[in-house]
Design a protein around this ligand. Structure first.
Ligand code: DER
Length: 236
């Protein structure tokens, strides 16, 4: 279908243009676009992949690497990464992005920051002028369970997100629990807060009990979007 094809197109183009033979330590993101990234890297061949190590951003990402037969590494062994490629829930005109739709954004941000180059791959729905245009559930915020109610209260009454909610699981009773054993709050904000998302990101990050905020500001070097007409938009 159109969306899947646009994910594949974005992923293949990004790998073809950004993943060079000299890139040995590669951070692998999470979500439904990244499998196409792993496919394309695998297609670069056994030779070039023999000398590479792939660092996962969570359980799903780890499964992708293992099932592709690529060698797995840990970020504590490889704290400096050549390139990390990841999906996003939305990317604005300054390459700020919302991440965390898959509740993986803590490890994703660690590997994005550890990487010399961080590249985003996404389908056309994610390509927006301002965050909060298409992805309406809000900014994902990983919080320690002990503090979730306090952080919700802060968001409702002090930070301008009265509709913030604790993310409940679908196929499990109770809240979503991340790979780190934490909860996720989804906090929608009005457009005014998304003009310069760095400001609200810092305010949320300062709330005691917040582990990480799903706003990646000024981190991505490039973003690849597959379009409905089969073309690719590249922004940097
Ligand atoms: O959770 C995340 O940040 C993932 O990268 C995810 O949001 C990207 O989603 P998709 O590639 O499945 O659209």
């Amino acid at each position: 279908d159109l969306i899947e094809e646009s994910k594949r197109l974005a992923a293949y183009t990004a790998v073809d243009q950004h993943v060079k033979p000299e890139h040995k330590i590669i951070g692998v993101g999470s979500g439904s676009t990244v499998p196409y990234v792993v496919d394309r890297i695998f297609q670069q061949g056994k030779e070039v992949n023999k000398g590479r190590v792939f660092i996962p951003t969570g359980f799903q990402s780890r499964q992708l690497i293992v099932s592709a037969g690529l060698s797995l590494g840990d970020v504590d062994e490889y704290p400096a990464i050549d390139i990390t490629i990841d999906g996003a829930d939305e990317v604005d005109h300054q390459l700020n992005c919302v991440k965390g739709g898959g509740a993986c954004h803590l490890r994703e941000k660690v590997l994005a920051e550890a990487a010399h180059t961080f590249v985003l791959v996404a389908d056309y729905r994610k390509n927006v002028q301002y965050l909060g245009t298409n992805f309406l559930s809000g900014v994902p915020i990983e919080v320690v369970p002990f503090a979730y109610a306090k952080v919700l209260n802060n968001l409702h009454h002090s930070l301008g997100s009265p509709k913030a909610t604790l993310r409940m699981a679908v196929k499990k009773a109770g809240p979503v629990v991340t790979d780190n054993g934490n909860f996720v709050i989804d906090a929608p904000f009005e457009r005014e807060h998304m003009i310069d998302p760095q400001i609200i990101m810092s305010k949320i990050k300062m709330l005691t009990g917040v582990v990480e905020v799903g706003l990646f500001c000024g981190m991505a070097k490039a973003a690849y979007f597959g379009n409905e007409d089969g073309t690719v938009t590249i922004r940097w």
